[in-house]
Design a protein around this ligand. Structure first.
Ligand SMILES: NC(=O)c1ccc[n+]([C@@H]2O[C@H](COP(=O)([O-])OP(=O)(O)OC[C@H]3O[C@@H](n4cnc5c(N)ncnc54)[C@H](OP(=O)(O)O)[C@@H]3O)[C@@H](O)[C@H]2O)c1
Length: 328
């Protein structure tokens, strides 16, 4: 019987594919291009021929082994969540068909995206936007859904609300600025001076340069603070919240879990966004992208074999928008 690898429940006995795997947790050098068995879709899944892959800080965290409790010790492991490509096989119980161009995010903790093919639950995918290249579509799923879930679902941003976005020029931030505007908010974006032009073009009403102003000293009130970069915490910024305001953090830690628990029944609340891919939200993104209301900012592209270089770049924390891998 074929051993079940970490990246797919079932594999094809003969068909192979290119992939980048890790054989242990560690630095970018552990990312190894190789050939592995091709996965086979099970009920509810489709097999996607991946053309482009979005790189996220989460891929780096998984590669470093920071969430081993969830990602385990079974190797080889394929990391990566964001994909865009073509459905080549549809399992039973799926509503996508062979030939559909799709984009989406694999919800499993480690992912299995850095490969030529990936099996994905069809509800974690949607038809790709038609107005942008697949390369650009691959940059959308994880980051944009994080922004939508933080702002619409956690902070319940409404028209006229004042929203502060810290880390507005990175992968999640560029979507957060635009999504907050789509939700009707007044947006204050926080980034360094080199990105002031970018976030203004994306719709920010006001920009704070964090190299000149510490957010703690800002004399304003916000209905929602989305701490995308995650270098503050609830107590440090709660004086900037309106009486019913919400602070949303992105990085799981004992502190944020405690803040979420102790503010659960308070008017000013702390929340932690944990992104999940959903068809409804990917459809929402596609409609706004195709209508020209949501712009996707891709900073750099690398080939799949250069995934280690892409990780080194993401680890600088200087990316403007998203980083993408090209399967080729
Ligand atoms: N919980 C979840 O479900 C979830 C989902 C997605 C992401 N995340 C987490 O969210 C964080 C951000 O993700 P991302 O994809 O947006 O990261 P990213 O693309 O790597 O962010 C890079 C951006 O961070 C900005 N930055 C650097 N130092 C900063 C500072 N001190 N203050 C404000 N901005 C600063 C940089 O702008 P400048 O060059 O202008 O400094 C750069 O544009 C990561 O920790 C990621 O793991 C969590």
């Amino acid at each position: 019987m074929t051993a079940l690898p970490q990246y797919g429940k079932h594999v094809h006995p003969r068909a192979k594919m290119r992939a980048v795997v890790i054989d242990r947790y560690g630095g970018p050098e552990v990312l190894r291009p190789t050939t592995v068995p091709r996965p086979v879709p099970t009920r509810g899944q489709v097999l996607v021929r991946t053309r482009f892959i979005g790189v996220n800080p989460k891929d780096v965290i998984v590669r470093k082994g920071k969430f081993q409790v969830a990602t385990g010790k079974k190797f080889p492991l394929i990391v990566g969540h964001d994909i865009a490509g073509e459905v080549v096989e549809a399992g039973l119980g799926t509503d996508l068909a062979q030939g559909d161009l799709v984009y989406g995010m694999i919800n499993d903790f480690a992912g299995r995206g850095y490969a030529e093919y990936a099996t994905v639950d069809c509800q974690q995918l949607a038809k790709a936007p038609s107005s942008i290249e697949l390369r650009v579509a691959a940059a959308v799923p994880l980051a944009s859904q994080t922004a939508l879930q933080a702002l619409r679902d956690d902070a319940r941003v409404r028209p006229g609300d004042h929203v502060l976005i810290n880390g507005a020029s990175g992968g999640v931030g560029v979507f957060a600025v635009q999504i907050a505007k789509i939700l009707g908010a007044q947006v204050t974006a926080v980034c360094s001076h080199r990105n002031v032009g970018l976030v203004t073009e994306l719709g920010a009403d006001r920009v704070i340069d964090y190299t000149k102003t510490d957010l703690v000293d800002v004399d304003e009130r916000f209905d929602a603070i989305f701490d995308v970069f995650g270098n503050y915490h609830f107590d440090k910024l709660k004086h900037l919240l309106t009486p019913g305001g919400t602070y949303v953090h992105t990085i799981p830690s004992a502190r944020i879990f405690k803040d979420v628990a102790r503010t659960f029944v308070r008017r000013q609340r702390a929340k932690l966004v944990i992104v999940k891919s959903r068809r409804e939200q990917l459809d929402w993104m596609r409609q706004h992208i195709d209508a020209g209301r949501l712009r996707v900012v891709v900073d750099r592209s690398f080939s799949l074999d250069d995934a280690a270089e892409a990780h080194r770049y993401v680890e600088t924390k200087r990316a403007r928008g998203k980083v993408v891998l090209e399967v080729g």
